[in-house]
Design a protein around this ligand. Structure first.
Ligand code: HEC
Ligand code: HEC
Ligand code: HEC
Ligand code: HEC
Length: 338
């Protein structure tokens, strides 16, 4: 990849300096930046970089969480993040950008203790660009840009107001990332092949009689709307209602790796709901029955007791440490309340 700057994170600490230097070669001799790595092995790294654009000095650095030091098996030491950061921020600049290899929570803690950073990018946390008010900490805009490496964040910055003008995510493919035409074309080719492969497998199922007659106690959310119109309207506004569209946008709507969490009552989760796009098309998205349980009996007789107990355990089936590292039941429950 034709990157200018490379900031090592937890994974690179594990592999060590040698691997990082080889990455440097593979990335068109990009600069390796880490503001708080210590010891002899740091030779070849820089603590920061100043990039001058239209006369404005942009200071770029990267800070790694002290906690990650235990992962370093090649003698790399992690210096105190706050002290290193404050020292680098003394270098004259017009805009300071810091890549933080921290969890969301620990990034908040660090930023609340320091002044003068304009933009902090979370290096390892999954999620996308955010400019909510609560993401501005001590005047610093905290953004995330990690979506399995499939998107790239884009930010227009107003130097006078010190605020972003626009922010968006660009898909990394051959149209939006021409620098890597070759890589993007290979990825595209593979994805196209994979999608066609899954569709073929799926279509093959229609020929075997047993699969088209999947019997499931999951009735689908259209059945709830008549008696629970308000709740249904509220649910439709949540991202759960768009989970399948998300996969379609990624051309992954047939992908068995993705469907378990972007559908309802998936067999892969040991439930008897969604089995495949063709056989159970009424169970796309994260619907009511994912959380409340199969509702066949409830709609036959609404007076009978119905509904599984809902607690964090229901959510972390999909909101795993991988897909949603900062998941907090109480916080996220508010966002889906109905
Ligand atoms: C024919 C009407 C009807 C349909 C269809 C229906 N419900 Fe209900 N539902 C009720 C009634 C009546 C109650 C009990 C009264 C109440 O508390 O609102 C109820 C209660 C519930 C409760 C609360 C249970 C509790 O312990 O208080 C949940 C959750 C629920 N329904 C979910 C669903 C879901 C999900 C669907 C669709 C799969 C659905 N309902 C379809 C009529 C219906
Ligand atoms: C079957 C898997 C599944 C379960 C179970 C599930 N979710 Fe989700 N959730 C998802 C998916 C997938 C998305 C992303 C949908 C998209 O944007 O396409 C999501 C998105 C969300 C979002 C919006 C994005 C965010 O993280 O802020 C919230 C809030 C949320 N879920 C809360 C919950 C809560 C609370 C529970 C448990 C009561 C829960 N979810 C259970 C799969 C699930
Ligand atoms: C273990 C469950 C799980 C699996 C498997 C899964 N997802 Fe998700 N996905 C989630 C949850 C939970 C969210 C919401 C997390 C959040 O945004 O806070 C989500 C959000 C997303 C988002 C929107 C958020 C973003 O970061 O842009 C996309 C796109 C997405 N998933 C694509 C995929 C694709 C493609 C696959 C298959 C390769 C997949 N997912 C597999 C649980 C899962
Ligand atoms: C991501 C999980 C999730 C999804 C999806 C979901 N709910 Fe809920 N629902 C909850 C939670 C959590 C509560 C609050 C219950 C609690 O705190 O114990 C709730 C409460 C309810 C209640 C009130 C029950 C009561 O105890 O008063 C009804 C009715 C209900 N949901 C119906 C629906 C319907 C209908 C849909 C689909 C349109 C739906 N829910 C989708 C998680 C979910």
């Amino acid at each position: 990849m034709g990157a200018d700057i490379f900031t090592p994170g937890a994974q690179e600490l594990i592999y060590g300096r040698k691997m990082m230097l080889s990455l440097k070669d593979h990335t068109g001799n990009s600069t390796i930046i880490c503001g708080n790595l210590d010891g002899k092995p740091v030779l070849g790294f820089q603590t920061h970089k100043i990039v001058t654009v239209s006369g404005k000095k942009i200071l770029i650095t990267s800070i790694i969480d002290k906690k990650l030091e235990r992962k370093a098996i090649h003698g790399l030491k992690v210096k105190d993040p706050l002290a290193s950061l404050n020292q680098i921020l003394e270098i004259p600049h017009d805009l300071a950008i810091v890549v933080l290899h921290f969890s969301d929570k620990r990034a908040h803690e660090l930023l609340s203790k320091t002044q003068g950073i304009d933009i902090a990018i979370l290096g390892t946390q999954r999620g996308t660009m955010i400019k909510d008010k609560d993401k501005i900490i001590n005047g610093c805009l905290l953004v995330k840009n990690n979506n399995h490496g499939k998107t790239m964040g884009y930010l227009d910055w107003n130097f006078v107001a010190k605020t972003p003008i626009t922010d968006k995510l660009l898909q990394i493919n051959k149209d939006t990332y021409p620098a890597d035409k070759k890589v993007a074309a290979l990825v595209d080719k593979h994805e196209t092949w994979l999608r066609a492969h899954y569709i073929k497998l799926e279509k093959g199922k229609t020929e075997s009689s047993d699969v088209t007659t999947v019997v499931t106690p999951y009735v689908g959310n259209t059945k709830c709307a008549t008696c629970h119109p308000k709740v249904t309207a509220a649910w439709k506004k949540t991202r759960h209602a768009n989970a399948f569209a998300t996969l379609e946008k990624k051309c992954k709507e047939y992908c068995p790796d993705c469907l378990p969490c972007h559908s309802t009552g998936n067999f892969a989760h040991g439930k008897k709901g969604f089995s495949s796009p063709l056989t159970t098309p009424h169970l796309f998205n994260v619907q009511c029955e994912e959380c409340h349980g199969a509702a066949q009996e409830h709609i036959n007789n609404p007076d009978l007791p119905y509904g599984d107990t809902i607690n964090a355990g229901v959510c972390i089936l999909c909101h795993t440490t991988n897909t949603d590292p900062d998941f907090s039941y109480l916080e996220k429950k508010k966002l889906i309340s109905h």
